[in-house]
Design a protein around this ligand. Sequence first.
Ligand code: OFO
Length: 169
Amino acid sequence: MLKPKIQEALNKQVTVEAQSSQIYLAMASWAETQGFEGVSQFMYAHSDEERMHMLKLVKFINERGGHAIISPLAAPPVSFGSFKEMFQELFNHEVAVSESINDLVDICLQEKDYATHNFLQWYVSEQIEEEALARNILDKISLIGDDKSGFYLFDNDIKQLITAPEEEV
Ligand code: OFO
């Protein structure tokens, strides 16, 4: 049985993951309107991944005898300035999500909930990968600078970074 404090913290993380999915969906749509097909495909896939992260939490909470709560979400931005700014925002967002996971892990240790602690290790590893991926993309964008043909190639190359959802679980 989940302790109320753990359930509350896990439900907050459900909202964080849903919000991430929502933001990346907005990024996908914006990139698509800018004609960047590869970037938009990457963002659509990333949005799906975040939804999977959310669902994994929902299932876990309910399996442990709790009740996963689906909360309203804030509207994400409509446009994102430049690709550099958009990926910087993605990186900042992932850093904030990592902090949120760390806080959750901390609460589990305080409450001696080792089962939830064990479950969360998947998220800890996932955040290391997601931050590294975002950092890698930002490095590539810095190398491109203002080179238009560089952006064209980048838009094509980024498709290779799309992870199939089944590789995630
Ligand atoms: Fe759920 O990993 Fe990104 O936010």
